[in-house]
Write a protein of this length. Structure first.
Length: 284
């Protein structure tokens, strides 16, 4: 911190060169006081003898504009830092991710992007699910979220989706890498200086080898599950059974790959779906 004693000019000592230069002197001292930490100044004390009456010269004019320039750069730096440190939210990431996924899959012949898809009879929900040739789940953990529920969600998502990607704010990156399985994809969402969301891919997701047939079947509504069994000629005696019996039957008569394909078809053509999950057919 800079400590400056009153100048002799303030006491009426020495020659006086008018209010303009008195204002300049006070301005410079104030800038030194405010910006000393920024520039790591070693100035700690200025005595009265160090501040002498002066005749204005070109060096003071140059110093004046130099301080103005440094003050301008300081303000820009603080503004940029405030944007860099702006935390992400679920809404900010979700909106940007939805737009990114639509652009990324614009050439897919069959595509459905679903927000808040219920899994395991709705006990958990994936933030965004992309249904095309596979089911790819995207779970969002913004800077303002916590990772407290992630372990439980992982167990549920691992049993269902072909691929899973975790989209995190940068404050969660280190913990996320140590928590999720190696086959999960990881993407970091950050806000750039223009306020836009930037996605940085940390790890590409791989195919899931931990899927469970019954968990995949639970994505179906009861009527959809029975319809699949009817088409296979295996629905006899199941119409009055609990839905868990129907899902178990599906997991027995179909392998996981075939069952997954049938479930995707039912979800893709599912009527009366929420308006946030538009059906997109691109040339097919």
């Amino acid at each position: 911190m800079v400590k400056v004693n009153p100048s002799p000019l303030a006491k009426g000592e020495g020659r006086y060169y008018g209010p303009r230069w008195r204002t300049l002197e006070l301005f410079l001292k104030n800038c030194l006081h405010q910006k000393s930490r920024l520039f790591n100044s070693n100035i700690t004390y200025c005595s009265q003898q160090d501040i002498k009456p002066y005749r204005p010269g070109i060096q003071y004019v140059v110093l004046f504009y130099l301080v103005l320039y440094l003050n301008h750069r300081y303000n820009i730096m603080m503004k940029n830092n405030s944007k860099k440190n702006l935390p992400t939210t679920d809404l900010i990431i979700r909106s940007a991710l939805m737009e990114d996924l639509k652009n990324r899959h614009a050439q897919d012949k069959k595509l459905r992007i679903i927000e808040e898809l219920g899994v395991n009879h709705g006990t958990s929900r994936i933030d965004i699910a992309v249904v095309n040739g596979m089911m790819h789940g995207y779970e969002i953990k913004s800077d303002q979220d916590t990772l407290q529920r992630l372990p439980e969600q992982m167990n549920i998502f691992n049993a269902v989706f072909d691929k899973v990607t975790l989209v995190v704010g940068k404050s969660h990156l280190y913990n996320a890498i140590n928590m999720v399985p190696d086959w999960w994809g990881i993407t970091v969402a950050k806000i750039d200086l223009n306020g836009s969301v930037i996605f940085n891919l940390i790890r590409e997701g791989e195919n899931n080898k931990q899927q469970d047939g019954i968990s995949i079947a639970r994505l179906l509504w009861r009527e959809e599950a029975l319809k699949i069994l009817e088409e296979a000629g295996k629905a006899i005696g199941l119409y009055s059974k609990p839905r868990d019996c129907i899902y178990e039957k599906l997991s027995i008569i179909f392998d996981k790959e075939t069952l997954g394909e049938k479930v995707r078809d039912k979800i893709f053509f599912r009527p009366e779906w929420r308006p946030d999950a538009p059906l997109i057919l691109n040339g097919g």
